[in-house]
Design a protein around this ligand. Structure first.
Ligand code: UD1
Ligand code: M6R
Length: 361
């Protein structure tokens, strides 16, 4: 059952190239248009959304509702959804959504993300939004689950069973599913065509990039040895990688879709997780907030992971690195493979963790 892996979580981490392919299978057409054949354009077709696509496009706002890792997936995919649909996208932690009795309108679209499709707070939020007349979509990995049955329509991740309690492959498939949804909703927009086609091209390369990133697994053991006695860890990210920082802090197994790194940190146990399994205190911090509090914590004893991939946030993350170094921070920098700009920091005592592939900007 575990196919040679030590535990299910490790197996599921390594299944990601395949689970991502499965999420796209039969739904993404990658071909570039053949000359004279306008029908072979790159496009996404999620069968579950065809009927309700027009309603979503006309809605007042899209609300993404979830818990835990599924919430982090919402955060990671929000920018693409906003960019493609040009509709405000709100994020809601299901428990808080319910506690506040968040105002919901008939022209809202609420999207409920859940690997299991059974999480109580997410399910209660769905009942609440449905009772207030919103269009309710599900994005779940479990066919026949309560959320899959109760939503008006939705998307199954098709990532395969996730048995490990720590969610891994479902996270990357959730980000992918919301991205695919965004691409489908924008399919009639001429102004978005080039951007849409380039994202679809990148999606075609995604399983391969994840596969090569997973090859860092062995190299991470050394790093884990270094971190095994840390009392606390901080993760700084910004843009797409704010979600990566939060998810890395929750579980620093393999980080995110958007150009982030795969790191099998193994500090105090044989499982590659930090807060959730290794029980080390860790926090994910939006790098833009660094000056408004977290900087006061920084000294040479606190290991900090900075995610500085080649995307629109690169320059800002460089400035974060410089400010942290001015406080003698012990830095681990997640950056793109062969990033010459980041090499200079090695001579200042930083460790580089280099992920393969180009990042979305
Ligand atoms: C569906 C079939 C798939 C088949 C394909 C071929 C199922 C489960 N999927 O996949 O086996 O190969 O057609 O055309 O039979 N839904 C919700 N809420 C959710 C998730 C899904 O209401 O949270 C609904 C969708 O709106 C849709 C149905 O469930 O009506 C199936 O969803 P999905 O499996 O994502 O659809 P397809 O990819 O088209
Ligand atoms: O099944 P769901 O996605 O609804 O579960 C929500 C959270 O409980 C879940 O993502 C949790 O945070 C993960 N197991 C953490 O790895």
């Amino acid at each position: 059952m575990k196919g040679g892996y030590d535990h299910f979580m490790q197996k599921e981490i390594h299944e990601q190239p395949e689970s991502l392919l499965q999420t796209m299978r039969g739904r993404v057409q990658f071909q570039r248009p053949a000359v004279g054949n306008p029908y072979l354009t790159p496009r996404v077709k999620l069968g579950g959304l065809v009927e309700h696509g027009a309603t979503v496009r006309r809605c007042r706002r899209i609300m993404l509702v979830a818990c835990g890792t599924s919430f982090h997936a919402c955060l990671a995919a929000r920018k693409t959804l906003e960019e493609m649909c040009e509709v405000p996208v709100m994020l809601e932690l299901a428990s808080d959504f319910l506690d506040r009795r968040c105002p919901i309108f008939r022209d809202d679209t609420c999207v409920f993300l859940s690997q299991s499709g059974e999480t109580a707070d997410t399910l209660r939020s769905l009942e609440y939004a449905k009772a207030h007349g919103a269009l309710c979509l599900g994005i779940t990995n479990t066919v026949g689950s309560a959320i899959s049955r109760m939503t008006h329509c939705g998307v199954h991740l098709n990532a395969g069973y996730e048995i490990g309690v720590a969610s891994t492959k479902a996270y990357t498939s959730q980000i992918l599913a919301v991205t695919m949804m965004a691409l489908q909703l924008a399919e009639d927009s001429i102004s978005k065509r080039d951007r849409r086609d380039s994202i679809i091209d990148e999606l075609g390369q995604l399983p391969g990039k994840v596969r090569s990133t997973l090859m860092l697994d062995g190299a991470m053991k050394e790093l884990a040895e270094e971190l095994r006695n840390a009392h606390s860890l901080l993760f700084f990210g910004r843009g797409y990688n704010y979600a990566t920082a939060l998810e890395a802090a929750l579980k620093a197994g393999y980080w995110g879709l958007h150009g982030a790194c795969g790191a099998g940190l193994r500090p105090r146990c044989s499982l590659p997780t930090i807060k959730e399994v290794a029980l080390i205190h860790s926090e994910g911090i939006l790098a833009g907030e660094m000056k408004h509090g977290p900087l006061a914590l920084v000294d040479e004893h606190l290991p900090i992971v900075v995610i500085a991939t080649r995307d629109g946030m690169y320059k800002k993350m460089e400035s974060v690195i410089q400010q942290l170094l001015a406080r003698n921070a012990q830095l681990y920098i997640v950056c793109n493979e062969n990033d010459e700009g980041m090499k200079q920091y090695e001579s200042r005592g930083c460790k580089l963790i280099q992920a393969s592939g180009k990042s979305l900007s």
